[in-house]
Design a protein around this ligand. Structure first.
Ligand SMILES: [Zn+2]
Length: 149
């Protein structure tokens, strides 16, 4: 079986990456926000459960953190990254299951983690252009709110 995608291939890089949770229910929303609001077509993706939570210093994500550091350094060196966008989302199972948190504390920890993750990413990559957003569920829609980091 073969399948030819109708999506045109563009080999130019945008020199930006986004780190977000691998939760597939939000994949298209993350794409929509990054491509259409932030104007970052073809951005590089770092997807893993919890997204930026894995580089916010939680001992429960120590193994993931090591992997992400390698991946970030590779993207900065080879893909010449200049900008990194961190995204957290409401009701993330990484926080409710792995960290055993409940609302309203869950969102407070997510927001603090975005600040911690931004500092961490800055430290390991040396990049200054790091920004963060929180994806809030509103019925069957998703609203992206900027978080100061
Ligand atoms: Zn999640």
């Amino acid at each position: 079986m073969t399948y030819q995608s109708t999506v045109r291939y563009d080999s130019s890089r945008i020199h930006a990456a986004a780190m977000y949770c691998s939760d597939g229910r939000l994949g298209e929303h993350f794409d929509d926000f990054l491509q259409n609001s932030l104007n970052l077509p073809r951005y590089d993706r770092l997807c893993l459960p919890g997204g930026p939570a894995c580089v916010a210093g939680h001992p429960q994500a120590h193994l993931e953190e090591e992997g992400v550091v390698d991946e970030l350094k590779f993207l900065v060196d080879v893909h010449k990254l200049r900008r990194i966008v961190l995204l957290a989302h409401q009701g993330c199972a990484f926080y409710s299951s792995r960290l055993e948190l409940k609302e309203p504390r869950l969102e407070l920890v997510q927001r603090a983690d975005l600040v911690r993750a931004a500092a961490f990413v800055h430290r390991v990559t040396g990049l200054g252009a790091i920004e963060a957003y929180f994806a809030r569920l509103e019925g069957d829609r998703v609203r992206f709110e900027r978080v100061e980091v």
